[in-house]
Design a protein around this ligand. Structure first.
Ligand code: 4NP
Length: 148
C-alpha cells in the first residue's frame, strides 16, 4: 500500500486489509514515495478513525518505498495518480510495472480515481478516506481469501 507520506492513507489501507484477511501467509506492508515522515507513527487522525472502527494502526512506522519492494511484493496498490507516476518511474521492467495498481480501480474499474490526500484538512476527510479504502479492501480481501 503506497501513498506520499505513509502516515495518512496507506497506513489505513494496510490496517484495513490486514483486518479482513483470513490467510496468515500474506504479507501486507505500506510505504510512502516521499521521505518526509520516515519512522513516524501514522497521523493521529488516521489512528483515531481506525480505532473507531476497531483497528489499531498505532504500531506502524513510516518508511519510504524502495526498489526492492518490487521484488518482495506481488501487488503494489497506490492511492493516487501522483503515487502511480512516482512508483512506475522506479520500475525496472514490465513485470514490475504490471504489479502497480490504483487502489480505487478495485471499486471503479479503469476509472483511475484518486484516494484524496487528507493531510491538509479536517477529520471529515479521514472518514471518507476510511470508507473508500474499506470498500476497496473488501474486494481485495475477497480475492486473496478465495486464493484468486
Ligand atoms: P499521505 O498524506 O500521503 O496519505 O500519508 C500525506 C502526509 C504528509 C504529507 C503529504 C501527504 N506531507 O507533505 O508531509
Amino acid at each position: 500500500m503506497v501513498c506520499l507520506g505513509n502516515i495518512c492513507r496507506s497506513p489505513l489501507a494496510e490496517g484495513i486489509l490486514k483486518s479482513k484477511l483470513f490467510r496468515a501467509n500474506v504479507i501486507i506492508e505500506s510505504a510512502g514515495t516521499g521521505a518526509y515522515h520516515i519512522n513516524e507513527r501514522p497521523d493521529v487522525r488516521s489512528i483515531n478513525i481506525a480505532k473507531i472502527n476497531g483497528i489499531d494502526i498505532s504500531g506502524q512506522r513510516a518508511r519510504k518505498f524502495s526498489l526492492k519492494d518490487f521484488d518482495e511484493f506481488d501487488l503494489i496498490y497506490v492511492m493516487d495518480s501522483s503515487n502511480y507516476r512516482d512508483v512506475i518511474k522506479m520500475a525496472k521492467n514490465e513485470e514490475d510495472r504490471k504489479k502497480v495498481k490504483m487502489i480505487l480501480n478495485e471499486v471503479f474499474p479503469n476509472e483511475n480515481l484518486d484516494v484524496p490526500d487528507p493531510y491538509v484538512g479536517g477529520d471529515f476527510g479521514f472518514k471518507s478516506v476510511y470508507n473508500m479504502l474499506d470498500e476497496a479492501c473488501d474486494i481485495i480481501a475477497k480475492k486473496i481469501n478465495s486464493n484468486e
